[in-house]
Design a protein around this ligand. Structure first.
Ligand code: 7TS
Length: 411
């Protein structure tokens, strides 16, 4: 899958034009990568190259530009299939992102197959995007939602999950990696347990794609959704993987152009997968540039990414823990480079604003995981989420800035 090349973080940083600027008079330190990652030059170039040379609508034209645009679009599908190791290229559907992928499954699969009393299992770690679509489905079908609890480290309690499973369980939908805490969930085990009771599984891989290799056949998930923009690609595009058998059994998500074979006023027959689920003119340019993001990650390799990001997390744990009043959230054994915390007596928003004044971008609030914040009995946290271009020096500057803020507030 990925071919690691010898590289360095310094070289990688050079690929990201946006990083080389001052914000509020200070060099930008970008620690909001779980929300969206910055884009390397290769992605920016792919976007402008497409519009400068190949722009045309896809699949429908016989002229040269339409053929070039179609082949670039379909090349990304092949690259995505390789990237997640799907058995077939047709099992990859392009979406707006993770959120749309989950809604697609809830509506096109869930609405067709779920009956009153059927159960959907999610977890206490989920992003709202993997909660609300199931609540909408619950309203539509009379299904019931059950929630896997967590321990105080922010890990799923697998024994409690086992208790929730039964013949009534029809869908298990959990994230691969938590956006608020960085917990890496044992998805292979979760999926195997769901399959034992005949349930279909969906993995929200929004936070996994930038940090962790994805192997849909290896983990044997039925559906898996992710977004390009969190993995150094453009916004507004993502992919949904689904097993052919399931995708073929589902009704279309939306009706329109491209998803049909034949239309008369009496009857419409639908196109083959994946086109059945891609109604209308898609986000062609961003899909094309998505391939550059996949190539970028593969050229660095997950082993380099993992090693560097683990170094960052260890360093964060070292330099941030002795800040007065520090309370970290999420200490899972398996964890990515996310450091979520509060400092006693200072509101997370105030910390975020003071950090911004020092050129440091973090996210504050509930991170679209309100039930998780409720579990911790807090309103929100400050979250520093790190990526491949961040450095331990930046973490030192971050720690010093936090110490300054604490001093100011304690005066
Ligand atoms: N699932 C998880 C685990 C996420 O982290 C996010 C976005 C989504 C789903 C939704 O992805 P989208 O691309 O469809 O919007 N997470 C965040 C975040 O942590 N801060 O801003 C967005």
């Amino acid at each position: 899958m990925s071919t690691a090349v010898s590289t360095s973080v310094e070289q990688i940083r050079k690929e990201f034009p946006v990083l080389h600027q001052e914000v509020n008079g200070k060099p930008l330190i970008y620690f909001d990568n779980a929300a969206t990652a910055q884009k390397p030059k290769a992605v920016l170039d792919a976007l402008s190259y497409y519009y400068e040379h190949d722009n045309a609508n896809i699949h429908r034209g016989i002229h040269t530009l339409a053929e070039r645009a179609t082949s670039a679009y379909e090349d990304t599908r092949k690259a995505t299939s390789r990237f997640v190791n799907s058995n077939e290229v047709e099992e990859i559907i392009f979406t707006k992102g993770t959120t749309e992928g989950i809604n697609l499954v809830a509506q096109a699969y869930g609405r067709k197959f779920l009956k009153p009393g059927d159960e959907i299992i999610i977890s206490h770690l989920e992003h709202h995007s993997n909660i609300v679509p199931w609540q909408i489905l619950r309203e539509q079908t009379g299904a019931v939602i059950k929630v896997i609890p967590i321990n105080d480290k922010g890990e799923l309690i697998i024994d409690a999950y086992r208790e929730l499973l039964s013949g009534k369980t029809k869908i298990v939908a959990v994230n691969y990696i938590s956006n608020s805490l960085g917990t890496v969930n044992p998805v292979k085990e979760i999926i195997a347990m769901a399959h034992e009771v005949g349930a279909v599984t969906l993995i929200d891989a929004a936070q996994a794609a930038p940090h962790h290799p994805i192997d849909v056949q290896g983990i044997d998930c039925d559906f898996l959704a992710f977004s390009a923009h969190k993995m150094y690609g453009p916004t507004g595009v993502g992919a949904l993987y689904g097993k052919r058998r399931l995708l073929e059994s589902m009704d279309p998500y939306q009706g329109g152009g491209e998803m049909i074979k034949d239309v008369t006023f009496e009857k419409t027959t639908y196109n083959e997968i994946p086109y059945k689920f891609e109604a209308g003119t898609p986000n062609i340019a961003d899909v094309v540039a998505f391939k550059a993001a996949i190539d970028f990650i593969e050229s660095i390799g997950y082993s380099f990414i993992h090693e560097h990001e683990e170094r960052l997390l260890n360093h964060a744990n070292k330099v941030l823990m002795d800040i007065p009043g520090m309370t970290p959230f999420g200490q899972a054994r398996e964890k990515t480079s996310v450091f979520s915390f509060n400092i006693e007596g200072i509101h997370p928003f105030d910390i975020g604003m003071w950090l911004d004044a020092k050129g440091i971008a973090v996210r504050t609030g509930h991170h679209c995981t309100q039930p998780l914040m409720d579990w911790f009995k807090i309103e929100g946290t400050v979250r520093a989420s790190m990526a491949i271009y961040n450095t331990t020096d930046e973490l030192d500057t971050f720690a010093a800035a936090l110490k300054d803020i604490v001093k100011k507030f304690k005066k």
